[in-house]
Design a binder for this molecule. Structure first.
Ligand code: 5RP
Length: 231
């Protein structure tokens, strides 16, 4: 899959034009995109600025020579980001495997165009098939949020560090609760989860313009087929 990720990252870097402000996603695929963008900036002497979605993206941008600006000063022309799951027909996503979905959603949703880059392993028929929904929660609220998620029919677990004996802490100083639940109407659930007091943001993304998929044979573009759960 590493080759598919590199292919799709390279293809996405070709979308960037001189003068653009680019949202820089988080995760391994977005990291490869940052590297490819850095190469184009150096080789073609492009004037491009990045807006990072995480500490990790910021560090990679510095490493690969992508100059950074903040959302306070600039609007984002295009955001390029990875995903944990992509529902094939709707292009709805689950993000937040790296715990960065809050800043990702702020940057990705503010962009004039939001492009997702994944390899084929991320495609699912139904959102939530393989991956729970990451929910970023203010630590003070974790127990009441867990109760509410159970009331909503979910199965929540606190995300723990791999070696740390305790919850992982996001770039914003919060905890992540991963919740498995049936996603009947993704747009509605995205809003409902955010209405729980103490929830900062959840990892359902329903506003996506384009998905580029890296495969063994090359890169294909996915288009939206239907809007699910809308009455
Ligand atoms: O949402 C994310 C981080 O919060 C990532 O985009 C997602 O986890 C995909 O990562 P990778 O490209 O490493 O598979």
């Amino acid at each position: 899959m590493e080759n598919a990720k590199s292919l799709v990252a390279k293809e996405a870097a070709k979308l960037i034009e001189d003068g653009m402000v680019v949202g820089l996603g988080s995760g391994s695929t977005a990291g490869l995109f940052i590297m490819e963008l850095g190469k184009r900036i150096q080789e073609e002497e492009l004037t491009v600025f990045g807006v990072p979605t995480s500490f990790e993206a910021r560090m990679l941008a510095l490493q690969y020579g992508v100059p950074l600006v903040s959302l306070d000063e600039y609007d984002v022309d295009i955001a390029v980001d990875g995903a944990d799951e992509v529902e094939k027909d709707t292009l709805y996503l689950i993000k937040g495997g790296g715990g960065c979905h809050t800043q990702e959603k702020i940057v990705d949703y503010s962009a004039k165009e939001f492009v997702v880059i994944v390899d084929e392993s991320k495609l699912v028929n139904k959102l939530g098939e393989k991956y729970p929904i990451p929910v970023e929660v203010v630590p003070f609220a974790y127990s009441v949020v867990i109760k509410e998620l159970i009331n909503m029919g979910g199965n929540p677990t606190i995300r723990l560090g791999e070696r740390k004996r305790g919850p992982i802490i996001t770039d914003n100083g919060n905890m992540i609760i991963d919740v498995s639940m049936d996603i009947d109407n993704a747009e509605k659930l995205e809003k409902e989860l955010n209405s729980i007091p103490g929830v900062v943001e959840n990892g359902i993304f329903t506003k996506v313009d384009k998905v580029l998929v890296g495969t063994a044979k090359g890169v294909k573009t996915l288009k939206k087929k239907k809007k699910k759960g809308k009455k």
